[in-house]
Design a protein around this ligand. Structure first.
Ligand SMILES: [Fe+2]
Length: 251
């Protein structure tokens, strides 16, 4: 049973599901994907999606009571857009951590690697938050050279790879970058980053099959079951070494 800790199923607050029907279709898809716990992570991105925690909490309460009969465990977090003032925003109550635990899901700009991340993340950690880097394989600078994220990984920042990247939805370069990061041991967990039932729906089973084939069942379970569950419960994640499995003649 999987736990999805990054998706945009809370309707009407960002570029994810526009309404209840789309959200319900995604929740049904979660069930068929064997996802049993869903942590919704609307964007908090001041220039684009200026969501405020109080309003998100209100919307989440209404949405989750409507979804109550579906047999899914639901929780609220956010995907926060990177800027140097994140520690101050956290202190001012302008951000939401994942399920109210220590993890703060942070996304970078897609093209340019921001400067000063080490210091910002250090200050977030001093404030008790644990940054979790959203979909590093999708950043253009990391595709060109994954080593540009090495210092961050070595400082113990956990990476979240998107399930769609593993199955090739975003093309071979994103997929290859995801594999490289997994094989460097930088990735703690996978999540769907689902947006809508038609484009980028919740997806786990096919991605887990890819992980099992490449890295074996134990690693796949850690990435898709155990660490996501630990994030959902507010616990620290464990590193996941991923060694390519030897294949048989017909493997
Ligand atoms: Fe996202």
């Amino acid at each position: 049973m999987y736990t999805d800790v990054h998706c945009h199923l809370l309707p009407g607050v960002d570029d994810g599901c526009p309404d209840w029907d789309a959200s319900k279709a995604c929740l049904d898809r979660c069930r068929s994907e064997k996802v049993r716990a869903v942590l919704v992570t609307p964007h908090i991105w001041p220039d684009k999606y200026p969501n405020r925690p109080a309003e998100l909490r209100e919307r989440f309460a209404a949405w989750s009571s409507r979804a109550a009969g579906l047999g899914l465990q639901l929780a609220l977090g956010a995907e926060v857009y990177y800027h140097h003032g994140l520690p101050e925003d956290l202190a001012a109550g302008k951000l939401l951590t994942l399920g109210g635990g220590p993890h703060l899901l942070v996304e970078f700009p897609v093209t340019l690697q921001p400067r000063g991340v080490d210091e910002t993340f250090y200050r977030l950690r001093l404030a008790g938050a644990e940054p979790l880097l959203a979909h590093p394989e999708r950043y253009v600078f990391a595709q060109r050279d994954p080593r540009r994220l090495a210092a961050l990984a070595e400082s113990g920042i956990a990476f979240q790879v998107t399930t769609h990247s593993l199955v090739g939805t975003f093309g071979p370069q994103v997929q290859r970058t995801a594999f490289q990061m997994l094989e460097r041991g930088w990735v703690a967990l996978v999540a769907s980053d689902a947006h809508r039932p038609d484009a980028r729906p919740p997806l786990f089973r096919e991605a887990v099959r890819v992980l099992e084939r490449r890295y074996g069942r134990a690693a796949a379970r850690r990435l898709a079951v155990q660490n996501p569950r630990r994030v959902f419960e507010g616990l620290q994640v464990h590193p996941v070494p991923c060694a390519l499995q030897r294949r048989g003649l017909f493997g």
